[in-house]
Design a protein. Structure first.
Length: 846
C-alpha cells in the first residue's frame, strides 16, 4: 500500500499487521494530501486526525496534552517514492511548559533537553524561522558555559535556551501544534529541495506525501531503557546470528553520531534477558517476512521493546555471499534470487589479502573489525593530506570519527581507523561499501592532531611510521605485517557453481604465465582468451633479446635474436598447453608498443649530457633514435610489425606448433587459437595468413602430427569494427580489444588520459564513468554492435569474445551479453566477478 500510505507508513503498517511491536500510530494518506492541495482546506482531515489521536490515547494509556503520562508524537513525511532527507519531520510534538515541568521532576536534564529540541524543530520546520537564529543562541550559551558539545549543557543552560527560543517562537497548545505540523509536512512536498530532487530524479510531482503520526518512545528514561541497532545476521561475515550494538539510557542519535561507543548486543542478554529474547524472535520474523537480512532500529522504553524501523541491511561482499547461499539452503529464497543479490564487482574485495595470523605481530591496539581485509600504509590524520600523499605512498587514515566531508580522503586511503564509533558509524558503513579495510572504536589510541602524532600507551608514532590494520580482526599492528591471500569460501564456491547453470557467456582468462593460468583455472576459467606474448618477454633476462630484435639493423641480426626468442617461447607454450589441457589457449602474436620495450631516449640523452656515453651506449642511443616513434600507441605494433617483418610472426607460430606437438605427444590435448592484433584492414590478414599457415603445415608434416588450430583477429580499431564482415571471412574468431578500441574511438591516450584530464571529466560529470573501466555503450558499444552484426552475417560460425579490461567489469559484461558476445576474457582475479555478472545478465533478460 505504498502509494496510499507512503513508503514509511506502509512499512510500519505492515510490521504492525504481522505482530511486530511498533510504537502505535496512524497515517494520513497521500490521497488526503492531494485533496488538501486541491481544496486548501485541512479541517475535515484534522477532525479525523483528532479521532485517531483519541484511539492512540486508548491504546497507550497516555494523554495528548496531559500533564501526567503525556502522549508525545512524531509527525513525519512519507512519500510513495523514497526522497531521503528532502521533506520534514517533527519530533516530541505535544510538549508544553506544564508537561515539561512535570517531566522534569523525574529527569530534569532530559525534560529540558527534549523541550529545547522540540521548540527548535517546531520553530524551523513548522513556523519557518531560520535555523541560524537558533544556532546563534546555542553558540552564545555554549560560550557562556565554556563547553563544546550539546550534551555538556547544564540544566540551567537548557532552561535558558528554552526561554531564549520562546522569544522567537510561540508554542501553541498541543492540538494546534498537531494541526500546524500536519500542514507543514504536507507543504514540505512542495519545498524547493523536494521539487529539485524530483526534477533531477525524474520523479512525478503529483503524488503527494503521507503523514505518519506515531507515539514517541524514549530510550533515555533510565537504565531500564535504551536504544540500538541490530542486524539479523552478521554483516561482516554473514554468520546466522543477531549482531549489533546498543546503549542503555540513550537516544538513537547517540549511536549514529558515534559520540558514545555502544556495547555489543550480547550484553543486552545480561541487562534485560526477556527483551533480548524478544528482540531475537522479532529479528527472525522480520527477516523471514522481508526475505532478506534486515537492519533494525529499536528502542527499549522501561523494559518494553519497540521496533522503529527495518530495512535491508548493508553487508560486506563476504557476508552477502554467505547470506544468499544460506538463505537458499534455509528455503527462504531460490538460486536465481541468490545470484541476483550479490554485487558482482564486489567479489574482488574478497580476494583481498589478510594478515598472516601465524606470524609474530606487534599488535599495539585493538578496535572493532568494521570492514574486512588487511591494509598497510603510513599514518595520516587528515583527508586532504590523504588525498595528496596517496599519489605517492600508501596511506592509513586515522580520525577520531569521520563525516561525509572526509570521503575524498577515505577513498584514497588503503585503510581507515577511527577512535570512536561502532559498527554502524559513518566510517564503518562507508568503508564497507568501498571495500576498504576499516577498524573503529580503538579507544587506547589518542590522536594529537596539532603535533600530528598518534599516541599509543605513551608511545608516539608519526607520519612516517608504517602501520598494518586488520579489518577482519580489528588489530592495529606496528610495521608491515606479512599478508596472505585468502581462498574461496565454501559458500562462494557454491554460488559460482550455481552461476554456471544460468550464464550463456563463456568466461575465459587473460593470462600470460603458468602461474596466472593455474590461478585462472582455480577460479573457473574455461580457457585462456588472451595470452599476450609480448608480456612473456618482459622478464629481465628476456628484455635484452627483445630489444636486440626490435633494434636489429638487418634481417640476419633479427633472425639471430628471433632464434633465441623462439626457444623461450616453445618452453612457455608447452607449459601453458599442459596446464590448459583440453581448453582453448588463445595466443596473441606479438603486439609491442615500442615505448614499453625500449629504454627511454630522453633518459639516455640525459645520461649523455651528465657523464658522456661509452661506445655501446652511443650505439644504443642511435638505434633508439632510429626506431622510436612520436606516437607509439598508434605506431609500428601488432600485425603492422609482421607485414614488414613476417619472420617475427612466423617464428611465433612455429613455436606454437612445436609446443603443441610436444604436448600432444606427451598425452595432452592442446587447443591453440592464434590471434592477430591491431588489425585495421582485411588485407593485412590476407598478406600474412598464408605464410603463417604454410609454416605451421610444414612443421606438422615434418613431425607427422596434426594439430587443430583456429586463427582469428582482434577488433581494436574502429575501421576493423566497421569492416568486421570482411575480417570475419578470414577468421574463425574475433575478439574485441576494448582497451585500444576505447583509446581509438575517443582518441584518448590509454597512458595519459587518466592523469591529465579524464579524472576531471568524471569529477565534473562530463562523463559518467571512466570509459576505460566501463564500456561506453553509445560509442564503443555501437561499434561493437555493428561489428557483431556484420561478422555474423558474413560467417555464421564465428566465435566472438571480449578481452579488454571491460571483460571483468559487471556492467560491461551485461552489455556484452545483450549484444551477442559469446565469451568474456579477463584477468584471473576477476573471473569470479565475470561468472557472476554473466549469470546475472542471463537471468536479467529471461
Ligand atoms: C585491448 O586493446 O583491449 C587488448 C586486450 O590489448 P592490449 O591491452 O594488450 O592492448
Ligand atoms: Mg590492444
Amino acid at each position: 500500500m505504498k502509494d496510499l500510505l507512503g513508503n514509511k507508513g506502509a512499512q510500519l503498517a505492515e510490521m504492525s499487521r504481522i505482530g511486530i511491536p511498533v510504537p502505535p500510530g496512524f497515517i494520513i494518506t497521500t490521497e488526503a494530501c492531494r485533496d488538501y492541495f486541491k481544496s486548501g482546506d485541512l479541517n475535515e482531515i484534522f477532525e479525523e486526525a483528532k479521532k485517531a489521536v483519541r484511539k492512540l490515547e486508548e491504546k497507550t494509556g497516555k494523554k495528548f496534552g496531559g500533564r501526567e503520562n503525556p502522549l508525545l508524537v512524531s509527525v513525519r513525511s512519507g512519500a510513495p517514492i523514497s526522497m531521503p532527507g528532502m521533506m520534514d519531520t517533527i519530533l516530541n510534538l505535544g510538549l508544553t511548559d506544564e508537561i515539561v515541568e512535570e517531566m522534569a521532576e523525574k529527569n530534569e536534564w532530559f525534560a529540558y533537553d527534549t523541550y529545547r529540541r522540540f521548540i527548535q524543530m517546531f520553530g524551523e520546520i513548522v513556523v519557518g524561522i531560520e535555523g541560524a537564529k537558533f544556532e546563534e543562541i546555542i553558540e552564545r550559551e555554549k560560550e557562556k558555559e565554556g563547553i563544546k558539545l550539546d550534551q555538556e549543557f547544564s540544566v540551567n543552560a537548557l532552561k535558558e535556551l528554552v526561554q531564549e527560543f520562546k522569544k522567537i517562537v510561540d508554542i501553541p497548545e498541543p492540538e494546534k501544534q498537531l494541526y500546524m505540523a500536519i500542514k507543514a509536512v504536507f507543504n514540505s512536498w512542495n519545498n524547493e529541495r523536494a521539487i529539485h530532487y524530483r526534477k533531477i530524479n525524474r520523479l512525478p510531482d503529483d503524488l503527494g506525501t503521507g503523514v505518519v503520526i506515531q507515539t514517541m518512545v524514549f530510550g533515555n528514561l533510565g537504565n531500564d531503557s535504551g536504544t540500538g541497532i541490530v542486524f539479523t545476521r552478521n554483516p561482516a561475515n554473514g554468520e546466522n546470528e543477531i549482531y549489533g550494538e546498543f546503549l542503555l539510557n540513550a537516544q538513537g542519535e547517540d549511536i549514529v553520531s558515534g559520540k558514545r561507543t555502544p556495547v555489543p548486543i550480547e550484553k543486552l542478554k545480561e541487562a534485560m534477558p526477556h527483551v533480548y529474547d524478544e528482540l531475537k524472535k522479532v529479528a527472525k520474523k522480520l527477516e523471514r517476512h522481508y526475505r532478506d537480512m534486515q537492519d533494525i532500529e529499536f528502542t527499549i522504553e522501561r523494559k518494553k521493546l519497540y521496533i522503529l524501523q527495518t530495512r535491508t541491511g548493508k553487508r560486506t561482499a563476504r557476508a552477502a555471499i554467505k547470506i544468499a547461499v544460506d538463505m537458499v539452503e534455509e528455503g527462504i529464497i531460490n538460486k536465481r534470487e541468490a545470484i541476483m543479490r550479490v554485487d558482482a564487482n564486489s567479489l574482488q574485495q574478497l580476494l583481498h589479502k589478510q594478515v598472516d595470523e601465524r606470524a609474530k605481530l606487534d599488535i599495539i591496539a585493538r578496535g572493532r573489525p568494521a570492514s574486512p581485509g588487511a591494509a598497510i600504509g603510513k599514518i595520516c590524520f587528515s583527508p586532504d593530506e590523504a588525498e595528496r600523499r596517496s599519489e605517492e605512498e600508501s596511506i592509513i587514515l586515522f580520525r577520531v570519527e569521520t563525516s561525509p566531508d572526509d570521503i575524498h580522503g577515505i577513498v584514497k586511503s588503503k585503510g581507515v581507523v577511527t577512535i570512536k564509533g561502532g559498527m554502524t558509524s559513518h566510517a564503518a558503513v562507508v568503508s564497507r561499501g568501498l571495500g576498504i579495510p576499516c577498524v573503529v572504536g580503538v579507544e587506547n589510541i589518542k590522536i594529537d592532531e596539532e603535533k600530528e602524532l598518534l599516541i599509543v600507551d605513551g608511545k608516539k608514532l608519526g607520519k612516517n611510521d608504517v602501520i598494518t590494520i586488520d579489518g577482519t580482526t580489528g588489530n592495529i599492528i606496528l610495521g608491515e605485517a606479512p599478508l596472505i591471500e585468502t581462498g574461496f569460501s565454501k559458500e562462494l564456491k557454491k554460488l559460482l557453481k550455481w552461476t554456471d547453470e544460468y550464464r550463456k557467456m563463456k568466461v575465459m582468462a587473460n593470462a600470460d604465465t603458468p602461474h596466472d593460468a593455474k590461478k585462472a583455472l582455480e577460479f573457473g576459467a574455461e580457457g585462456i582468451g588472451l595470452g599476450r606474448t609480448e608480456h612473456m618477454f618482459l622478464q629481465a633476462n628476456r628484455l635484452p633479446v627483445v630489444r636486440e630484435m626490435i633494434l636489429a639493423e638487418s634481417k640476419k641480426d633479427r633472425m639471430k635474436a628471433l632464434k633465441k626468442l623462439k626457444e623461450m617461447q616453445i618452453n612457455d607454450f608447452i607449459q601453458l598447453f599442459k596446464i590448459m589441457n583440453g581448453k582453448p589457449l588463445t595466443i596473441r602474436l606479438l603486439d609491442p608498443p615500442l615505448h614499453e620495450f625500449l629504454p627511454s631516449y630522453e633518459e639516455i640523452m640525459e645520461e649523455a649530457i651528465e657523464k658522456g656515453l661509452d661506445e655501446e651506449k652511443q650505439k644504443l642511443l642511435e638505434n633508439v633514435k632510429r626506431v622510436r616513434e612520436a606516437n607509439p600507441m598508434l605506431g609500428h605494433r601488432g600485425i603492422r610489425l609482421a607485414i614488414v617483418y613476417p619472420e617475427i610472426y612466423i617464428m611465433q607460430v612455429e613455436a606454437i606448433m612445436k609446443a603443441a606437438i610436444k604436448a600432444k605427444k606427451e598425452g595432452y590435448e592442446p587447443i591453440p587459437w592464434i590471434e592477430l592484433p591491431m588489425v585495421s584492414h582485411v588485407n593485412e590478414i590476407k598478406a600474412i595468413k598464408r605464410k603463417l599457415q604454410k609454416a605451421m603445415e610444414k612443421i606438422m608434416e615434418n613431425e607427422g602430427v596434426k594439430i587443430e588450430y583456429k586463427m582469428g583477429a582482434m577488433i581494436e580499431l574502429p575501421r576493423a569494427a566497421l569492416t568486421a564482415d570482411e575480417i570475419a571471412m578470414e577468421c574463425d574468431f574475433i575478439s574485441f580489444g576494448t582497451n585500444d578500441l576505447t583509446q581509438t574511438t575517443f582518441g584518448f591516450s590509454r597512458d595519459d588520459a587518466e592523469g591529465k584530464f579524464l579524472r576531471y571529466y568524471i569529477q565534473n560529470h562530463v562523463l559518467q564513468d571512466d570509459p576505460f573501466e566501463t564500456i561506453d555503450e553509445k560509442g564503443v558499444g555501437e561499434l561493437m554492435k555493428i561489428a557483431i552484426e556484420k561478422a555474423k552475417k558474413a560467417n555464421k560460425a564465428i566465435h566472438i569474445s571480449i578481452c579488454g579490461e571491460h571483460g571483468g567489469e559487471a556492467k560491461s559484461i551485461k552489455f556484452c551479453n545483450s549484444i551477442g558476445v559469446d565469451a568474456t576474457s579477463c584477468s584471473p582475479f576477476r573471473i569470479p566477478t565475470a561468472r557472476l555478472a554473466a549469470a546475472q545478465a542471463a537471468i536479467g533478460i529471461q
